[in-house]
Ligand binder design. Structure first.
Ligand SMILES: O=c1ccn([C@@H]2O[C@H](COP(=O)(O)OP(=O)(O)O[C@H]3O[C@H](CO)[C@@H](O)[C@H](O)[C@H]3O)[C@@H](O)[C@H]2O)c(=O)[nH]1
Ligand SMILES: [Mn+2]
Length: 728
């Protein structure tokens, strides 16, 4: 490089690092005391023990598991870093590498077409040489409405892009731009204002046209069968109309391609991962750019500079040879201030990813990353790898294999007919049969193959999506994630076994933490039931208030909570937001992680098929209102509600039973911790108690039938549990 100035800088967060390490050390010592306390119980003569063995062991096992997951999590806190970039030092535009943008959508009912097109247009408007930008939309729904939307988006973009460039607009997602109160670039000249009005009119026309098309024949788009069974359609979107746009501007349009892969009921399609594989192959023939930006259909580009920022890492000769991807944090535009469902994924993107960045690099978040195409290829390809071997890896397409050797130039297939035939082959549902596509878990094993990654979290969010804003979506999404992670944790890629020889111990610990944290459901279920059962039966499980081990327990409780509080507050949010995060952690552990794990077990035994319920991106006015008010919305299935409500009833019984014990039998010293646990659980569950008792609105009321069956379940648990306790 002629320019010796660095393109980016790394800053180790020294203060956090010091606090974290000191805290880990002190907290570990306290945990060691607890283990000593629990183990020494086992050496007491069984005849003189005040507590039966079984509940003691259950609580001990839970404490061990919780401590283990905590210990794994300390790896994130070892060496947190932040970064800055200097895009002004990048080489000239003609020396920048090309980028393919991949956007995935699947269901026009849950993912409104206008929203998807906004993402498409924001990507087309990235601040990057247009001839080096290629935008692909994968439509798993195979919906003609989406294709129609693409044509409209293209037409609008021909006005939108020059407008953004001319006035240096920074918010280039049309919807976000027009709905912002203070449009950026101020209200400048009258020329700008007239232009803006004209563009706004065109944008309204685009929305109207999409609405009209979707209203034309509802059955055409609502058919679930089309979504699951359709041929492949690949179309490079062209200029069809004769609008009078300046020829110069017309040339300055990125390539836009619609890809709907073939889907058949008899073939597995692997959801988003499958869609990304198809895009990788199809784009390999059409543009074959060395870098790829992957986006979810609702993750619009909020700042056009992300591509150049990413290139500050990819083009740095010190790190580029091993750098696989630059990940931007996933942020959301529709999250309320207190974030009652903890949808901002704060701990993940504001804490964990910064910690990983100080090790070998963050994991892929699934969206908002710029990845190097070769790092996706799995096996490294030598010049002399023979054709047979290549076909075993990449499938039968000669053209695709040719493109692998093109050094990121597109294949010069001039014959449109051949190009179409070949891309259709690549997007067919049988293409991956007997190949290595999808077999190598490429995304998760990048670091193990020696690739590194970078996390970049600039002050202005680069990508903004729609987060979950109702309980049902939160739980369904949480369940899907848990199930995916547990599956990974217990596969042959289990990070604790597969990791250490390939990546550092700390990095393996982080991988293990993400893969195993759904196991939180085991200790949390235990802590929400066993101490309560014992409390009602007068069985002590924790040290007496007068014992010095009591102090250790209090210390651990306060140390864990205050550390988390500090971490959350340092991201600039309120105490209330922290509390909401704690509450959601409990709810998700009890519900999502439990069902997610059951899901994996059932899949293993062939009792369930893999599924992917996309989250809803349509804003429901009533729901949004409740959400903005910070009120829970309990319109979700009974399988989620009943376990939660049952635990609350159990804890209510335990708490009041415990109070009676404490005041009438004088068990204060022995039973305080257990009574406090129930009290804490009830305080944290306040919105649910409110739903069971006070709230009368349809969305916020927990139906009496749910409460009824929950009372039944908790009674059965109490009776059976007490019998087991008495038997000893
Ligand atoms: O068969 C499918 C299912 C989903 N998608 C797309 O996948 C994306 C993510 O789906 P979404 O319903 O928005 O899921 P989220 O839970 O919001 O997504 C998070 O979780 C996913 C994994 O569960 C990751 O892939 C995403 O990047 C991450 O944002 C969307 O663009 C979908 O259109 C497909 O293309 N095909
Ligand atoms: Mn999403």
């Amino acid at each position: 490089m002629e320019d010796s100035l660095p393109l980016h800088a790394l800053h180790v967060q020294k203060l956090s690092m010091f606090i974290n390490r000191a805290h880990s050390l002190i907290h570990s010592i306290a945990l060691a005391f607890i283990i000593y306390y629990r183990v020494s119980f086992l050496f007491i003569d069984p005849k003189t023990r005040a507590t039966p063995l079984l509940p003691w062991l259950l609580v001990f096992a839970s404490e061990l598991l919780l401590s283990f997951i905590w210990l794994l999590g300390q790896a994130y806190r070892w060496r947190p870093v932040t970064r800055t970039v200097f895009p002004e030092r990048l080489p000239d535009d003609d020396k920048l590498p090309a980028i393919d943008v991949f956007i995935c959508t699947t269901d026009p009912n849950k993912e409104p077409t206008v929203g998807v097109m906004n993402t498409v247009m924001s990507a087309m408007a990235l601040d990057y040489p247009t001839e080096k930008l290629h935008v692909y939309l994968s439509d798993d729904g195979g919906s003609p409405l989406t294709l129609h939307g693409m044509r409209e988006a293209w037409r609008f973009a021909r006005w939108w892009l020059p407008f953004c460039r001319r006035y240096e607009i920074t918010t280039r997602c049309p919807e976000a731009y027009f709905s912002a109160l203070q449009a950026d670039c101020g209200f400048g000249s009258s020329e700008f204002m007239t232009e803006r009005r004209k563009i706004k009119e065109r944008y309204d026309m685009l929305k109207e046209s999409i609405a009209k098309e979707s209203g034309r024949d509802p059955t055409r788009y609502n058919s679930r069968n089309t979504a699951r069974d359709h041929p492949s359609v690949i179309e490079v979107i062209h200029d069809e109309s004769n609008d009078t746009v300046l020829q110069v501007d017309r040339d300055k349009m990125p390539l836009l391609v619609y890809v709907s892969r073939e889907k058949r009921l008899s073939h597995r399609h692997h959801f988003k991962a499958g869609a990304l594989n198809v895009l990788q192959r199809v784009s390999g023939l059409i543009s074959n750019s060395p870098y790829i930006l992957a986006l979810d259909c609702d993750m619009y580009c909020n700042d056009p500079t992300s591509a150049r920022q990413a290139m500050c890492f990819h083009l740095d000769s010190n790190i580029s040879h091993s750098l696989s991807f630059v990940q931007f944090p996933q942020r959301f535009q529709n999250i309320s201030k207190t974030d009652i469902y903890d949808s901002q994924l704060r701990s993940q993107f504001s804490l964990q990813w910064h910690g990983l960045d100080g090790l070998e690099g963050p994991f892929l978040a699934g969206t908002g990353f710029y990845i190097k195409r070769v790092s996706l290829r799995g096996s490294t390809m030598q010049e002399d790898t023979d054709l047979k071997e290549l076909k075993q890896s990449f499938g039968s397409s000669n053209e695709l294999i040719k493109s692998l050797r093109q050094n990121f130039k597109p294949n010069a297939i001039n014959d449109q007919h051949i190009l179409r035939q070949e891309t259709q082959l690549l997007a067919s549902c049988t293409y991956e049969n007997d190949t290595k596509w999808g077999k190598e878990a490429r995304f998760v094993s990048l670091h193990c193959k020696g690739w590194s990654s970078v996390n970049f979290d600039p002050p202005r969010p680069q990508f903004l999506g729609s987060g979950t804003t109702n309980l049902n979506d939160v739980l369904v999404q949480g369940m899907r994630w848990s199930s995916g992670l547990i599956e990974f944790g217990f596969s042959k890629f289990c990070p604790l076994i597969y990791g250490p020889p390939r990546v550092s111990l700390l990095q393996s610990m982080c991988y293990a933490e993400v893969a195993l944290f759904p196991l939180y459901f085991l200790p949390l279920w235990c802590f929400a039931t066993i101490p309560q059962l014992c409390l009602l039966n007068g069985v002590p499980l924790y040290p007496e208030v007068s014992s010095s081990f009591f102090v250790i327990y209090v210390f651990i409780f306060l140390s864990a909570l205050s550390k988390h509080l500090l971490e959350v507050l340092s991201t600039g949010v309120s105490f209330q937001t922290w509390m909401n995060g704690q509450r959601l952690w409990m709810i998700k552990s009890i519900i999502c992680h439990l069902y997610g794990s059951l899901d994996v077990i059932m899949k293993k035994f062939g009792m369930r098929e893999a599924s992917f319920l996309p989250t809803n991106k349509v804003a429901d006015d009533e729901q949004v209102k409740l959400y903005q008010m910070g009120k829970f919305d309990f319109q979700t299935s009974n399988k989620f509600l009943v376990p939660m409500v049952s635990l609350i009833i159990l804890n209510m019984a335990a708490f009041f039973g415990g109070l009676i014990r404490i005041f009438f039998l004088g068990d204060w010293d022995k039973m305080f911790v257990q009574a406090f646990m129930s009290f804490y659980i009830l305080v944290m569950s306040f919105p649910i108690i409110e739903g069971m008792t006070i709230r009368k609105d349809k969305a916020g009321r927990i139906r009496p039938s749910v409460t009824g069956s929950s009372i039944m379940f908790s009674t059965i648990f109490l009776v059976l549990g007490s019998i087991v306790l008495v038997i000893k």
